[in-house]
Ligand binder design. Structure first.
Ligand code: SF4
Length: 408
């Protein structure tokens, strides 16, 4: 491990995230709750602050409090085998608790004025968000794009555009503001700039040693998830990118010398980020790229055609695509990041983002020759994760890659 390596921008990140949560809790603006790959830019154009329950779910996972709350959701009728973001978030709500209290002194997530979801990632969000809409007697709007496509056609984009446009009167009613097309364009432009900066940040990990790993990425992606369309997200990624580029120039990174470069496919195991990060570094291995961190890159955002481009960008994300499209995307990342092996996380409660279940690891190996490994676990529910077994599997996988490299 490169001793003392630290990403200095983390201090700025903490400030931004604090300001975001504090601003929201002061409720100076109407508040919309939205899915993580939902139409945040359109909402911001109406002056909404935007809160993301999935981000709250990730906080419950990372603080390892999810397990305390899942039983409350199970008692309320949710299966313990559905999305553990959903069950831990609803369980925390039913228990009157939130990790935001310890971190920022916020006792309760502020109530929504509007709830918006997009099933481009899963149908679970519809039920999860409907639970809150019922509780708060709050208006709710859903975007239901076509799913699992090889390629997204103009017809499909048009369908989603119409769904976006149907949101307008509901947003006007909930925000008290008329739709302003120029404002929407301006917000989308900011979001496009931030997302491209985020992509550049991730791409700095194409060099050896990489200045950030997947485990850094899942922390530093905070602003691109929760502040898309806000000036602060752009500022943050300008700062982070400058630091990453400077580190590349100096030749410093997460390891002095890496022997193996891996790709993480699927959800993070939030409660085990530190332990897993240490495990890879101890094995002279860097996890340099992931589908997860790449999921917030929206190359198609175009402020000249805001509805069409955001409908396209949000419909053609990895999780919403066919196995064939996913295979092609993975092949491209493998080549761009010079990947030696791919780890597929089979996340027990997220069927939608566990991509090992229909033969993808095998097809990927056949087409690229790159070895793959499946590890069982979960995003938030650590009862589905066996630490000992996972460590053994990962270490064996790395050894096999290294011995194969030695003979080639
Ligand atoms: S994609 Fe998976 S983790 Fe995310 S909300 Fe849907 S089921 Fe939950």
């Amino acid at each position: 491990m490169m001793s003392g390596y630290k990403i200095e921008s983390t201090g700025f990140l903490k400030k931004i995230m604090r300001d975001y949560f504090m601003g929201m809790s002061e409720k100076k603006a109407p508040l919309a709750w939205c899915t993580s790959v939902g139409p945040a830019e359109l909402l911001r154009s109406f002056g909404f602050e935007v809160y993301f329950p999935e981000n709250h779910g990730a906080l419950l996972g990372a603080t390892r409090t999810a397990g305390d709350f899942i039983p409350a959701a199970v008692q309320a009728g949710f299966s313990g085998h559905v999305c553990s973001y959903t069950t831990s978030d609803i369980g925390a709500f039913l228990s009157g608790s939130t990790p935001l209290e310890k971190q920022y002194g916020i006792k309760q997530v502020p109530a929504p004025d509007l709830i918006v979801y997009n099933t481009n990632q899963c149908r679970e969000v519809q039920d999860w968000f409907s639970f809150y809409a019922d509780h708060y007697k709050c208006p709710i709007v859903g975007i239901h794009p076509p799913r699992f496509l090889d390629a997204v056609s103009a017809d499909e984009v048009e369908l989603v555009v119409r769904q976006f446009q149907k949101m307008i009167p509901v947003c006007e009613q909930a925000s008290g503001q008329k739709f302003d097309p120029e404002r929407f364009k301006a917000v989308l432009k900011l979001s496009a700039e931030a997302t491209m900066l985020w992509q550049e940040v991730l791409k700095t990990a194409q060099v050896s040693p990489p200045p950030l790993s997947f485990f850094d990425g899942v922390i530093h992606m905070g602003p691109i998830v929760v502040l898309r369309g806000a000036e602060t997200a752009k500022e943050y990624y300008q700062t982070l990118l400058a630091e990453m580029k400077a580190n590349v120039k100096k030749g410093v990174g997460v390891l002095e010398r890496e022997e193996c470069r891996l790709f993480w496919e699927g959800m993070p195991i939030w409660g085990k980020l530190r332990a897993l990060s240490d495990l890879f570094l101890q094995n002279r291995t860097t996890v340099v790229a992931s589908t997860y961190c790449n999921s917030w890159i929206f190359e198609d955002f175009d402020d000249k055609k805001p509805f069409e481009s955001s409908a396209l960008a949000y419909t053609q994300i990895f999780i919403n695509r066919s196995e064939k499209a996913k295979l092609e995307m993975l092949k491209q990342w493998i080549s761009e990041y010079r990947i030696d092996g791919v780890i597929f996380h089979d996340s027990k409660t997220c069927f939608n983002n566990s991509n090992n279940r229909f033969g993808l690891p095998l097809r990927l190996k056949e087409e690229t020759g790159i070895p793959t490994l499946v590890v069982e676990g979960d995003l938030n529910d650590l009862r589905f994760y066996s630490e000992g077994q996972t460590i053994t599997k990962i270490e064996t996988f790395i050894e096999q890659i290294e011995s194969h490299k030695a003979v080639v």
